[in-house]
Design a protein around this ligand. Sequence first.
Ligand code: TRP
Length: 320
Amino acid sequence: MKKLLSLLTAFTLLFAFAACGNENGNGNGTPSASYTVGLLQLVEHPSLDEIRGAIIDELAAQGYADTIHIDYANGQNDGSTMNTIVQKFVADGDDAIITIATSAAQSAASATSEIPIIFSAVTDPVAAELVSDLEHPDGNVTGVSDYIDVSAIFTLAEELTPDVKSYGFVYNMGEVNSVSVINQAKAYLTAKNIPFEEAYVTNIGEVTTAVQSLVGKVDAFFLPIDNTVASAMSNVAEIANENKIPVYVAADSMVYDGGLATAGINYKQLGKQTADMLIRILIEGEAIADNPVEVMTEYSVIVNPETAATIGVDVSKYTE
Ligand code: TRP
């Protein structure tokens, strides 16, 4: 009996050791992860979640599910939370960092000038001071940009709602991505003599009040690619739709969450390109400098037929 017990103990120990040796693996004898990549996502909203899913799917599709271990953290839309997270990535000696959204990339860039940082969904990487030249990244940072062409969105707006004579903007001035798109929008509308009003938010809790403050003052909303507003998009849509105000947005997810329409990029594709860039830099040893920032340039029109029906706008051209 005693012998059996010690034999059992020996087996247990053996299994325990085997499990340790395979810490990052799947326990089925496949090789353990040999790279650790910190993944910082600014906040969880549908578009950023879709990007993260696409990055992880692409790494798996290319056969790296077991060799690249992704250490994911949600920044909770909070600067100090993000700084703590990236400091941990650095202290852990991560092999690379992937970020999703502008301020996540800015936090990572301020924490390390050595670990390669591959960003995704940074609307204006130059304004965000992540690179000084899109073609020639000269530090440890490069990635994929979701630059927005506002003229495509306003052209669509002119077509769908030709009676709109003024626009209201709601955004977080602390988001460089939003300010960059808003500056473009202001230039576009000013050139056409179309008036606009603005309401600012600093956090998700302020979005509803800001939207309400413009009801009755503007004919339509234009919402930039703003993470704070996107996080409260269904509330925005509820107020706007009740008041029959068209909402033009800068990202497909904000249409799915109740906005009227956009001309936007494909975020699944953006996530895929981010993963491909990580593989080139981390696995194939390419230099950051040889990986210019990739800018998504294909836009497609996305409309929300339900919202259109609620507010009485004909979008049939884009649904048939
Ligand atoms: N481009 C945004 C940024 O730079 C991030 C983003 C991606 C986003 N998809 C979005 C913001 C959809 C709002 C809605 O931070």
